[in-house]
Write a protein that binds this ligand. Structure first.
Ligand code: ZN
Ligand code: ZN
Length: 379
């Protein structure tokens, strides 16, 4: 069975943001979760399909690969998902809570105490030329920054939060249910461990606020799709006293019309004329960065032959001065319109070729082909 497009599975647009993808998956997961559809194979299949789509689209790197190569780009041809490989614990913590009527209001809090800020991940599209030269980008993004009024403490300036008496500042309480001991977030302090009698009026005690921030990103030469640029502690602010998340950009290099990357090398096709192919001589090649490079063609170059222009490929990420090569595949460009003078010359050339003046210095592909046809006919 052909796999459905992941965006279609989750009913989201190609450029949908992470929140939309998560929202859509939650909806499907709630609908088709095995716990709600006992013994229904169709629901199980739908749940598996949605989980797989979510696993890919919620991961910036996997999503970039999928956008570029489709299903084939993932796990070497697809079908590699064992089903249920998504780590649902994080996402389902609260959903399962709702299933079993737990509620709790603790959200994703897994442990007590102040929670660290979330990591932010963003895809950064650059073109192939920028991957050679490196580039600086100013990226505008939304993130949670410490509240300026209370300096991130969440308390009205001049006041101080106190440790929660119920949980002793741990953020969790242990409850006995029959023979089990269950650890749940403390409801008095909402798991924060601190009580804030006088919350800051601006952030209402959260200690942070959503701001739009411009970040200067320096992309070094030699990056490739999937490479990451990480800024530690530049993600969302956490609870008062907890550490910030990280900010990470995942590079996605756009395809170029003429140049393709092959590891450290660049590959392109280059047209030459009949006479250049026959006579050889210098040609001028324009590289991806616009440099003009002289190349001395040998006589008798064949179409699709590959020429190497050293040092005009991709730089390495470690050393921008160390570059791969530019590999040029020669294409002999047949003229579609010829002048009367060219026609006269081509006809004279054709006459010479017909008479076959002198044996060729070595057997060309054409002669080898002729030999092969003759010997093949004799069999
Ligand atoms: Zn504040
Ligand atoms: Zn508490």
């Amino acid at each position: 069975m052909a796999k459905r497009d992941y965006y279609e599975v989750l009913s989201v647009a190609k450029d949908a943001g992470g929140d939309d993808i998560k929202k859509s998956f939650r909806k499907l997961a709630m609908q088709f979760h095995p716990d709600r559809n006992h013994g229904d194979p169709e629901a199980a299949e739908k749940f598996k399909e949605a989980s797989e789509a979510f696993e890919v689209l919620s991961d910036v790197e996997k999503r970039a690969t999928y956008d570029r190569f489709g299903h084939a780009g993932l796990n070497g041809g697809g079908g590699g998902f064992g089903g249920g490989t998504v780590d649902l614990s994080d996402l389902f913590g609260d959903i399962l809570g709702n299933f079993f009527g737990g509620g709790g209001g603790g959200g994703r809090r897994s442990a007590g105490g102040p929670q660290a800020g979330r990591d932010i991940q963003a895809v950064l599209d650059i073109d192939l030329r920028e991957a050679i030269t490196g580039v600086k980008r100013t990226i505008s993004l939304q993130r949670e920054d410490p509240c300026e009024v209370c300096s991130g403490t969440g308390a009205k300036p001049g006041t101080k939060p106190n440790p929660c008496r119920r949980c002793g500042g741990q953020g969790v309480v242990i409850q006995r249910q029959g023979i089990f001991q269950v650890q749940t977030p403390c409801s008095t302090c909402s798991g924060r461990g601190m009580i804030n009698p006088d919350p800051c009026g601006t952030c209402r005690g959260a200690g942070r606020s959503t701001v739009r921030k411009s970040i200067d990103v320096e992309i070094p030469p030699g990056v490739d799709s999937g490479d990451r640029i990480k800024y530690s502690g530049q993600g969302d602010a956490g609870d008062p006293g907890a550490k910030r998340g990280d900010l990470e950009f995942v590079i996605r290099v756009k395809d170029h019309r003429f140049f393709q990357r092959d590891g450290q090398n660049l590959v392109c096709q280059w047209p030459i004329t009949f006479s250049q192919a026959a006579l050889g001589g210098p040609i001028e090649i324009t590289t991806l960065t616009g440099d003009k490079v002289r190349y001395d063609l040998a006589r008798g170059v064949q179409t699709h032959e590959i020429l190497r222009v050293t040092g005009h490929g991709m730089p390495t990420r470690r050393n921008a001065n160390k570059r791969g090569d530019l590999l040029i595949q020669v294409i002999i460009d047949t003229p579609q319109v010829i002048s009367p003078e060219q026609e006269t010359l081509f006809r004279a050339l054709a006459e010479i070729e017909r008479k076959e003046v002198g044996p060729p210095p070595k057997k060309s592909f054409f002669h080898k082909l002729k030999d092969w046809i003759v010997t093949d006919e004799k069999k």
